[in-house]
Design a protein around this ligand. Sequence first.
Ligand code: HEM
Length: 332
Amino acid sequence: MRRVSIRLCALGTLCGALALAGSAVASLAADATPADLVDALNGVFGKHAGDRAAHTKGICLTGQFTPSADAPKLSKAPHLAKPVPIIARFSLGGGNPEAPDNAQDNVRGLAVKFDLGSGASTDIVTISAPMFFVKTPELFVEFLKTVATGDQDKIKAFFGAHPESTLLNAWLTSHLVPASYAGVDYFGVHAFTFTNAAGEAQVIKYKLIPEAGELGLTPDEAKAKGPDFYAGELKDRLAKGPVAFDLTAILGKQGDPTNDPTQRWSDEDNRPTVPLGKISIEAIAPDATCNAFSFLPGNVVDGIAGPTDDPVFAARSPAYAVSLIRRLQSAK
Ligand code: HEM
């Protein structure tokens, strides 16, 4: 045990995560603890030694982020002022290490850690849909426990009682299966507040737009691809050059809700956006590089603040810390 703690605290991110876990446990009013959230994931997907409790199947990457000229006008965050190295990870939603790449009803994930130097970092953790499926951590647990029963009537009843929980699946099933991790829009879902050097604040949501455009597969094409084509597709694509995304900020306005990740802002697709910079993914990295830490949605930096009234946002980083501790302890 002692050996593990020393190993864990050698990783700055984890020590930060542990501090986050402590603070948010108190603020969650203890209805769904970080361990409850991870246990609920394990209840559906099983425990997989050394692996993430969610977004288990994925590919670790390295690259660069180059900010736009407009980015510092919105936020004084250091990575929005000068180019920085990044570690990134593409993933599939859920805790199944063998999740099929060709499923339509699953999110793709893109997490990015911006290296700010001297051991400091900031992260964004996004999915291929602009909303999440529950508005509170308690409902996250309730939903997964319902799924774990396998009782279709109970699952139907959950959706009947929580119609907002159908929005994510409706989004996914109205979009084609992404033909590539590099060919789909990713969204930050939560509302963040940017503050610039003059102290001016602006609420934003992240959207990452692929330079390759949206690349979709028809149901027949997806079926023909089989369950494991993303890794090979990405390897071939990277052999020809970097995979790039435009990181953009969708601008919020007075009165936009920031407390419910199941809801989009009114007319969100037609809001003004500001380009923040280019994420350039250059190479596939060993899994061990990404497995040594967590990408934490709450790992923000001066100039960027997470929503203070969004209970899902508050619950995420502490749950990620629990998942990290467990996977490091159980790693073969
Ligand atoms: C109560 C809500 C949520 C819970 C309990 C939860 C839980 C988790 C856990 C336990 C992990 C694995 C962390 C690790 O071992 O490092 C994870 C990973 C991830 N989550 Fe969540 N999550 C939630 C909401 C969200 C939302 C709203 C998004 C997107 C906006 C998201 C996107 C991701 C992504 C992309 C990863 C993979 C990160 C990586 O590649 O390491 N999650 N989540």
